[in-house]
Design a protein around this ligand. Structure first.
Ligand SMILES: Nc1nc2c(ncn2[C@@H]2O[C@H](COP(=O)(O)OP(=O)(O)OP(=O)(O)O)[C@@H](O)[C@H]2O)c(=O)[nH]1
Ligand SMILES: [Mg+2]
Length: 361
């Protein structure tokens, strides 16, 4: 399952420009609100030099990078939860994502219309966050109504879920996001059933002036206070660079003094946001492929990602870190050096592991 990330922000914040930049695909970017009505989905490869090195070392037939699906979503305005603008449609679209990229305009270009007629990043962030809170509040109240009916039968689970929903509602009413309320221990699927927007991890993207790569202090501080991350991207510039041949783009980038593509930071930020690690499968004349796994999961889970048959027939796994594999010049060398280990199903996968699962078909 690819990771799904929803891009949110006010109209004209720069979401579609960021999306275009992320994909090189031209999503419509135009200087009037509500350009985007249907969500655009872009499958973006997570480039990883470790994967490239492993592929070259083992003589892989091709490289298959892991992907993230970015969803470009229509702008959210105050009152969206009541159906203002494209409100409810918008909110349904982000409920399905694993994480949120929150684009906030910090550039002052007078040619770009701001829906409120002024550039104030913190106020904009607050508008979006308030809408998300309201949307969750409505959703939680609706769900509570339903669960409370079942709870009347005296069943333990609905009673526990109803109690949890009341806690969530109280938190939201106090302006606190749903992520501040711990999930109910006895009802493991309660969170998934509600799927609160304010429980999703957030990456703030400050849409900065061309040539800047610094997150404005106010935005950085706001992100830090939430335990979130923030990166600076000039969305329009990046969208333009995405349409140039790679060499020309690199030259422009260095002329502008921009070190790394802001987009790489967005992709990497999304990855770390979700507490994901990467592992690799690769063999001679076979594809070299990168995969993502929630940090802390075992090689048995990893096997399940690759194929359910491989998980079912799991016998053992051969593990070597990508660096040791490359240093040893391949699997045989790694085996000789003793850096390739045999592990059982409970082995916890480390970031950068190269994994070969032995299984009985
Ligand atoms: N100067 C400047 N203009 C930008 C930047 N990013 C986006 N714009 C312009 O702002 C306008 C709106 O950008 P979009 O990317 O369409 O904004 P959006 O958030 O997708 O807007 P909606 O789809 O209407 O919600 C376009 O004219 C862009 O060219 C930027 O970094 N600098
Ligand atoms: Mg748009």
């Amino acid at each position: 399952m690819p990771m799904k990330v929803g891009i949110v922000g006010l109209p004209n914040a720069g979401k579609s420009s960021l999306f275009t930049a992320l994909t090189g695909v031209a999503a419509e970017a135009a200087n009037y609100p509500f350009t985007t009505i249907e969500p655009n989905v872009a499958i973006v490869p997570v480039t990883d030099e470790r994967l490239d090195a492993v592929a070259a070392t083992v003589g892989a037939s091709k490289i298959v990078p892991d992907t993230i699906a970015f969803h470009d979503i229509a702008g959210l305005v105050a009152g969206a939860h009541r159906g203002e603008g494209l409100g409810n449609k918008f909110l349904a679209n982000i409920r399905e994502t694993n994480a949120i990229v929150h684009v906030v305009r910090t550039h002052e270009d007078p040619n770009v219309v701001h829906p409120d007629g002024r550039v104030d990043p913190l106020a904009d962030i607050e508008t979006i966050e308030t809408e998300l809170l309201y949307a969750d509040l409505e959703q939680a109240e609706r769900r509570l109504e339903r669960v409370a009916k079942t709870a009347k039968t005296g069943e333990r689970r609905p009673i526990a879920e109803a109690a949890w929903l009341r806690e969530v509602i109280a938190a939201l009413q106090a302006g606190r996001p749903a992520r501040t309320v711990p999930p109910p221990p006895d009802v493991p699927d309660a969170v998934a059933a509600l799927s609160p927007l304010t429980a999703k991890p957030v990456l703030f993207v400050a849409n900065v002036e061309e040539g800047s790569d610094v997150v404005p202090a106010a935005v950085a501080e706001h992100a830090r206070a939430q335990g979130a991350q923030a990166v600076a991207v000039s969305a329009r510039l990046e969208a333009e660079l995405a349409e140039l041949p790679a060499e020309e783009a690199a030259m422009m980038r260095s002329e502008l003094g921009l070190a790394e593509s802001g987009l790489r930071q967005v992709v990497r930020g999304a990855f770390s946001l979700l507490h994901l690690i990467a592992f690799v499968t690769a063999g001679e004349d076979k594809p070299a492929q990168s995969w993502h796994l929630r940090s802390g999961l075992s090689v048995w889970h990893a096997a399940g990602l690759i194929h359910s048959d491989i998980q079912r027939g799991f016998v053992r796994a051969e593990i070597v870190s990508w660096r040791e594999l490359v240093d040893a010049g391949g699997y045989a060398g790694a085996r000789d050096r003793g850096t390739l280990r045999v592990e059982g199903r409970d082995y916890v996968v480390a970031d950068g592991d190269v994994i070969t699962v032995r299984f009985t078909p």
